[in-house]
Design a protein around this ligand. Sequence first.
Ligand SMILES: NC(=O)c1ccc[n+]([C@@H]2O[C@H](COP(=O)([O-])OP(=O)(O)OC[C@H]3O[C@@H](n4cnc5c(N)ncnc54)[C@H](O)[C@@H]3O)[C@@H](O)[C@H]2O)c1
Length: 220
Amino acid sequence: METKEIKSISKAAIRRMPLYLSLVKQQIAMGEKTLSSTFIAEKLNTEAIQVRKDLAATGVVGQPRLGFCSEELAAAIERLLGWDNLQEAFLIGAGNLGSALIGYEPFIENGLNIVAAFDNDSDKIGTEIRGVKVLSIDRLENLIGRMHIKLAILTVPVEVAQQTAERLVSDGIEAIWNFTPTKIIVPDEVIVERTDLAAGYAQISSRLATKAQRKAAENG
Ligand SMILES: NC(=O)c1ccc[n+]([C@@H]2O[C@H](COP(=O)([O-])OP(=O)(O)OC[C@H]3O[C@@H](n4cnc5c(N)ncnc54)[C@H](O)[C@@H]3O)[C@@H](O)[C@H]2O)c1
């Protein structure tokens, strides 16, 4: 039933859910027991109709004039995102980005628990980053199955991304969050999500370039 609901939600709506959740949690912290789709839309600078459509997927029904019960809505969004269960993950590549992700508080708040990091640099192996041990990459295979880890966060250099992903898959990893700037090829049943800061910057810089061209055309 839950899976069915999640499948019917667009990827874009899923991406908006953390924003809704963050706002609802802020309201709860301020003692607000209810909040309306209009209020959410105003705060997030979007349309109330979109908010209503997105939140319908949570199954929470708003009350006329009152809106949604804040606690109920927060719990429903967390359930929808699977954030009501602790997700343990391994991080592969304990460098600059990997270390930053280990220290990223919202992951911890939302139930993503990086339980160990792996690296091939002997200077890093045996150290700790924010209480998370850095282990030798050679111990990876052994531990994925033993610790029932489903998710790996990939922050190795791009040159070794594919081979590392294959290593993870052969030991039964179910999902890879790929932060490397390459598309990794894995069997269909393995869930892959890629996050690319460069893509975000490309959006900004191309819009800046377009704006500059428009200004130049207007002035000249
Ligand atoms: N997604 C993004 O928005 C984003 C942002 C910055 C960096 N990146 C990417 O993330 C990756 C890491 O970037 P960084 O700046 O942290 O690099 P980094 O060099 O600081 O870290 C990479 C780490 O991986 C380790 N490593 C190398 N080969 C390995 C292997 N075979 N097995 C295990 N560990 C290995 C290194 O020892 C190092 O600790 C790169 O692919 C980079 O392009 C992505």
